[in-house]
Design a protein around this ligand. Structure first.
Ligand SMILES: [Zn+2]
Length: 257
C-alpha cells in the first residue's frame, strides 16, 4: 500500500494520506516475518502522541525489524488486511490513530500504546494553535468526543503515558515501550539510546501546511513554553469541572488553585 506520490517524488503533502511512505525496494522492507505484530499508537492530539509513534517506529527500525507504519483515521479490518495484517510473512504493522474504531475489534492488536494530558492544557494548546476558537461550548463539545475515544483506548492500552512523564523523562518511557516489545519477541532493548537520540533529532517540516509523511510531525505544532494562557480562569475552572472524572482519574487538578 505504497503512496505513489511518495515513491515517485519522495514527497507527500496530504496530511491525511493513509498509504505507506517508504522508498520502494528498501531492503529491510522486502522481507517479512513469521510473527508480525500489530501495534497501535493511539495517543490523542497534544499529548506527545507523535513522540510515542516515532519511538515505536524507530525501535522496530533500529532493531532491523521489517515494519510498515501508517496513519489511519478510522481503523477497519479491510484497511489492515490490505496492508498485510494476518498475511503470511508480512511486516509488522504500526498504526498511528486518534479515533476509536467504529467497528473494528481492537482486541486483535498485539500492543496498544496511548498517552494523556491535563485536559485544560490540551485545550490551551488547541486554542494557541488556532485549531479551535476560544469558545467554551465548542471546546467542551470537542473534548467530550476526545475524552470518549481516549477512555475506550485507555481500557485496552498496554501502556498509557502522561504527557508530563514523557516531557520529563523520555528515556524511561522508551525503556518501558522496549520492554513490552521485547515481551512480544522484538529484541530492541539495546537500541533504546540510539532511538532516543534519533527521535530527539527529528524535525518538523517548515514552510508548509502538511506533516512529514514518515515522522508525521506537523509544522508549527510545537508550542513554545512560557506562552501566556489563552483561557480565562473561569474557562479553565469550567473545563476542570466538566471533565472532573478524567482529571481525577489521572490526578490532574479539578479546580483552579
Ligand atoms: Zn502519501
Amino acid at each position: 500500500m505504497h503512496c505513489d506520490e511518495y515513491v515517485r517524488t519522495g514527497k507527500c503533502f496530504d496530511g491525511e494520506c493513509e498509504y505507506l511512505h517508504k522508498p520502494r525496494g528498501d531492503e529491510a522492507s522486502s522481507n517479512g516475518t513469521k510473527n508480525a505484530l500489530l501495534v497501535i499508537s493511539c495517543g490523542p492530539e497534544r499529548t506527545a502522541s507523535t513522540w510515542l509513534f516515532n519511538s515505536i517506529r524507530l525501535l522496530f527500525e533500529y532493531s532491523k525489524q521489517p515494519v510498515d507504519s501508517y496513519w489511519i483515521h478510522n481503523i477497519s479490518q479491510e484497511k489492515l488486511e490490505s496492508r498485510g495484517f494476518k498475511q503470511k510473512d508480512s511486516h509488522h504493522l504500526l498504526i498511528k490513530t486518534h479515533d476509536y474504531p467504529n467497528e473494528w475489534n481492537v482486541n486483535q492488536a498485539d500492543l496498544i500504546f496511548t498517552t494523556h494530558r491535563n485536559i485544560v492544557e490540551v485545550a490551551e494548546s488547541y486554542v494557541r494553535l488556532g485549531w479551535l476558537p476560544l469558545h467554551l461550548p465548542l471546546l467542551i463539545s470537542h473534548f467530550r468526543r476526545y475524552e470518549a475515544d481516549h477512555l475506550k483506548w485507555r481500557d485496552k492500552a498496554t501502556l498509557n503515558f502522561s504527557f508530563e512523564e514523557i516531557s520529563s523523562d523520555k528515556k524511561t518511557c522508551l525503556k518501558k515501550i522496549a520492554q513490552k516489545l521485547a515481551e512480544k519477541g522484538i529484541d530492541c532493548q539495546d537500541v533504546v539510546n540510539k532511538v532516543y537520540e534519533a527521535v530527539e533529532e527529528l524535525e518538523a517540516p517548515k514552510g508548509r501546511s502538511s506533516p512529514d509523511p514518515v515522522s508525521k510531525l506537523w509544522p508549527n505544532h510545537i508550542s513554545k513554553s512560557n506562552v501566556p494562557q489563552k483561557l480565562s480562569r473561569e474557562d479553565r475552572q469550567t473545563l476542570m469541572k466538566t471533565f472532573a472524572q478524567y482529571q481525577q482519574f489521572y490526578g490532574y487538578p479539578t479546580e483552579e488553585l
